[in-house]
Design a protein around this ligand. Structure first.
Ligand code: GLN
Length: 314
């Protein structure tokens, strides 16, 4: 569609304002106290095409932490470190139908490995696999990966959010100790050290533009659209995209696949990273969440955009 970019330019502000009202149906996450400070009525979006042109609307300058969006990148990094076979002995490939922080299935199935790498238990297991001599080295590699992918070396941890989660993460601590008991975290692994790396990568601060530029690389099968350089092996992007469809929006992934039909990953700060394959990288933020933990206004906006421009991959 040659004219789509200019149509998007015209329609985006209007679609955004129509979706903003859905923010009042959601609630900002409070279980990490610092996240409760986010502006609940905000909604922003950035869309980047393969040439690198950027369209933005609404509160696109709002900074927020990646939270669970970081999980798709730690998965790709672990795959690059260890390969498919090693990673998938520690974590499965199936959706749970449960909340993202649920413990339920860990005890119900054999072997007691997390169902997939995008629920908290799975992401903690994946974080434990990352290469590095010390926790600082491991987190340093995660941050370097984001610097390399975004081309923005100023990306950093939001210290207040990191500390806030570290202080209050009783559920994640239980999950991690359970994983240790089940030997998903191996003998040499210190639970608190793994959690520390996990909390830090969840607390990396970004804006919609960063998400759009990261998503654009996934939209281009892992290659930098500007240089053609393969930044992430194509196979690992393929695996990650599949998880984004089946588990990226937690147990609302089926609904989102039907309504928007795009690979996506959300976080409890209200961010959503998604893309239209071969065409656009998209970053959205809307801190008010629905009961499944996804941005109410953000989901609405993406569904409207996908319907208007016929973006579903299905
Ligand atoms: N850091 C958050 C947690 O572990 C990430 C969860 C999320 O974004 N859904 O609870």
């Amino acid at each position: 569609m040659p004219n789509e970019w200019s149509q998007l330019q015209v329609k985006l502000p209007q679609l955004l304002e129509e979706s903003r009202v859905y923010a009042s149906r959601g609630k900002v996450a409070e279980y990490i106290p610092e996240l409760a400070l986010a502006p609940s009525g905000a909604l922003g979006i950035a869309i980047m095409n393969m040439k690198g042109d950027l369209l933005t609307a609404g509160d696109c300058r709002l900074s927020f932490t990646m939270q669970s969006i970081s999980k798709i990148f730690t998965l790709m990094l672990a795959l690059m470190d260890l390969g498919e076979e090693a990673v998938f002995t520690k974590v499965g490939k199936e959706p749970t139908g449960d909340d993202f922080n649920s413990m339920l299935k860990l005890e119900l199935v054999e072997p007691g490995i997390p169902f997939n790498p995008l629920i908290n238990a799975g992401a903690i297991a994946v974080t434990s696999l990352l290469r590095g001599a010390t926790p600082a080295d491991r987190f340093g590699r995660v941050l370097d990966f984001f610097h390399m992918l975004t081309g923005d070396d100023s990306l950093q941890v939001n210290e207040a959010v990191y500390q806030s989660e570290k202080r209050t993460a009783h559920r994640n601590r239980s999950l991690a100790y359970f994983l240790k008991e089940n030997e998903v975290l191996d003998e040499q692994t210190d639970v608190e050290e793994v959690l520390d790396v996990y909390f830090r990568h969840c607390a990396i601060e970004v804006n919609c533009r960063h998400l759009a530029s990261l998503a654009r690389i996934l939209a281009n099968q892992g290659a930098d659209p500007a240089t053609g350089r393969q930044l992430i092996p194509r196979r690992y992007v393929q695996i990650t995209k599949t998880f984004m469809i089946s588990c990226g929006m937690y147990n609302a992934s089926g609904e989102f696949a039907i309504q928007a039909g795009l690979p996506a990953k959300s976080g409890v700060s209200g961010g959503i990273l998604t893309f239209v394959p071969g065409r656009y990288g998209i970053g959205v933020v809307g801190p008010a969440l629905n009961s499944k933990g996804n941005s109410t206004a953000g989901v609405h906006l993406l569904e409207q955009l996908s319907r208007t421009f016929d973006w579903s991959i299905f």
